[in-house]
Design a protein around this ligand. Structure first.
Ligand code: NG1
Ligand code: ZN
Length: 532
């Protein structure tokens, strides 16, 4: 009752935007920052309940809108092992966020009963935010909700999204056999630096790397990481302006580079320079370069996945444990068909295709001993099963070469963020693999040839009528549309196309690929017209 009163009183400070319906989607809640107060308040309340329900384990709250424009913001919850919030709780978040403010304490009470939360349990929450100007206000709201519900909390200030996921996992595994690391930003850098050093023994990174930080939180954090890395990489940090709030994600960053298929206009990179871009909260990474003929060449999430899968596969073979480790790759329908072909026919690895959204990929990846998952947009990581960790640790090497491969695998399990896709960790992974293979980005690009593709955003009256199945590769509704798409794609050499309702924007996305640029564009246009 005291808590209920405190909630009602705290809620009085805010005003609910009229007529707006909130939904906890694939990226939590995300919208114009000035609409978010009551949503963040609700998320604060729910974070405390989630922690109590899980007997006081630490829950994370991240305030970010990733690659969205600077005026947006968002909020999402992180589960104890650093994973995305369990799906069932998304509905609770939605319910609480839509409660009228004068009723929110009642809805909170109803949820306590519905979820069966033991209110005498402790509650612990750790939160962080990206560099958006609205972040400090929203963190204040979070603070008010946590204080009203008497939750113990830590404000981790600015962090990348994966850093917060890391801290949550560390806090909940501290002192157990699954201890993941020191639960702090320093601990995060230490872990990366030490494991990177181990992987890099005997090899060297060739030439400089230019990293575009989307003018987001990744910039200052990459600089911190560089101070701790005692293995030299010549990193040039660009687009790391976190002072001017409007520069965030503006004409730079991983999303810009991937969707525009070009380098940021501000780029001063010369031909063949190795470049990478992070997104606004540093959980996405893409590589690229401009070739001798001045053609832009993108190395996206599919490329990182194939590079990592091939390297880990080789290590497992050289370590003599290939038979004991089931290595697999997880993709979505947006993966380029050429990458899928390469994984199946050249790497000879199994593939699972899932719905869009990293939580789906992450869960599928856990079905392998080594699960490599990346969305084409550059968000992803590699997961290792308990069996994999045990096998790598306990195998007795029969030769120095085997020993080195085992050491390398062991170090990779520490370098790669097991909780979530992490641009800084993925970047060190790519740098290490290129160094081991002695490859430049050109050789990496040469492993296979991407099919030209096109992604189109189509505004429709009601996107909810677009119901997909088969990992979103087909539509069951509206009736007849799937047939049209199939008949269109059959007219093009290597044609493949699908349409699905976006989970983050009010639109339908159409994807098309084909043997040539003009065919891919043409197919995309025709399917988009069929959707309209
Ligand atoms: P939607 O809007 O559902 O297509 C987008 C990305 C996803 C994922 C989510 C979450 C594409 C085509 N879609 O989802 O991959 O990253 O945002 O941020 O890139
Ligand atoms: Zn992001």
């Amino acid at each position: 009752p005291a808590v209920k009163k405190a909630i009602s009183e705290a809620a009085l400070q805010y005003q609910k935007p009229e007529g707006k319906v909130f939904e906890y989607g694939t990226a939590g809640f995300r919208m114009k920052a000035d609409l978010l107060n009551t949503v963040v308040f609700a998320v604060g309340l729910l974070a405390g309940l989630r922690s109590k329900k899980l007997s006081g384990q630490w829950i994370g709250v991240m305030v970010t809108a990733s690659h969205n424009p600077a005026e947006d913001n968002g909020v999402k919850l992180v589960d104890p092992m650093g994973e995305m919030l369990e799906a069932e709780w998304e509905a609770y978040a939605t319910k609480l966020a839509n409660a009228p403010l004068d009723k929110i304490a009642d809805v909170y009470d109803e949820l306590v009963k519905e979820i069966d939360v033991k209110m005498t349990n402790p509650a612990r929450v750790v939160f962080a935010r990206d560099t958006r100007a609205s972040g400090s206000r929203l963190v204040g709201v979070l603070n008010a909700a946590l204080t009203a519900t008497e939750v113990e909390f830590i404000d981790s200030k600015y962090m990348t999204t994966p850093q917060l996921h890391y801290v949550v996992r560390c806090k909940n595994t501290l002192g157990t056999q699954y201890e993941y690391g020191e639960p702090s930003e320093e601990g995060y850098y230490q872990k990366l630096a030490e494991s990177f050093k181990k992987v890099m023994r005997g090899v060297k990174v060739q030439g400089p790397l230019t990293v575009d930080c989307a003018n987001g939180v990744g910039g200052p954090k990459l600089r911190e990481l560089m101070k701790v890395l005692d293995t030299p990489i010549d990193i040039k940090v660009v687009n790391d302006d976190v002072i001017n709030p409007d520069s965030l994600n503006f004409e730079c960053g991983a999303d810009y580079v991937k969707t525009k298929q070009r380098a940021p206009p501000s780029s001063k990179a010369a031909a063949l320079d190795r470049c990478a871009s992070l997104d606004g909260d540093a959980d996405r990474l893409v590589y690229y370069f401009v070739d001798e003929s001045n053609v832009f060449r993108l190395l996206d999430g599919d490329r990182i996945a194939t590079l990592a899968a091939s390297f880990i596969g080789d290590l497992a073979r050289n370590a003599g444990i290939a038979q004991k480790l089931k290595i697999g790759v997880v993709q979505t329908a947006y993966a380029n068909g050429a990458s899928t072909d390469y994984i199946e026919k050249v790497l000879k690895l199994p593939i699972i295709c899932t719905n869009t959204g990293v939580k789906h990929l992450h869960h599928a990846a856990l079905r392998f001993d080594v699960g490599v998952y990346f969305e084409a947009n550059g968000h992803g990581t590699v997961t290792f099963s308990e069996n994999a960790l045990k096998t790598i640790k306990s195998t007795e090497p029969q030769s120095p070469a085997q020993q080195r491969s085992l050491e390398c695998l062991q170090a990779l399990t520490e370098l790669i963020n097991q909780a979530v896709g992490d641009a800084l960790s993925d970047m060190l992974l790519v740098e290490a693999i290129l160094a081991h293979k002695g490859w430049t980005t050109k050789e990496w690009l040469g492993t296979y040839t991407d099919l030209p593709s096109r992604l189109v955003r189509v505004e429709v009256n009601d996107r909810s009528i677009f119901k997909a199945y088969d990992a979103e590769r087909k539509l069951e509704s509206p009736a007849g549309l799937q047939g049209k798409i199939e008949s269109l794609q059959s007219r093009y050499n290597k044609g493949r196309s699908f349409a699905r309702a976006s989970g983050t924007e009010d639109a339908v996305r159409v994807y098309a690929e084909a043997a040539s640029r003009s065919e891919a564009d043409d197919l995309a246009t025709r399917v988009a017209n069929a959707v309209r």
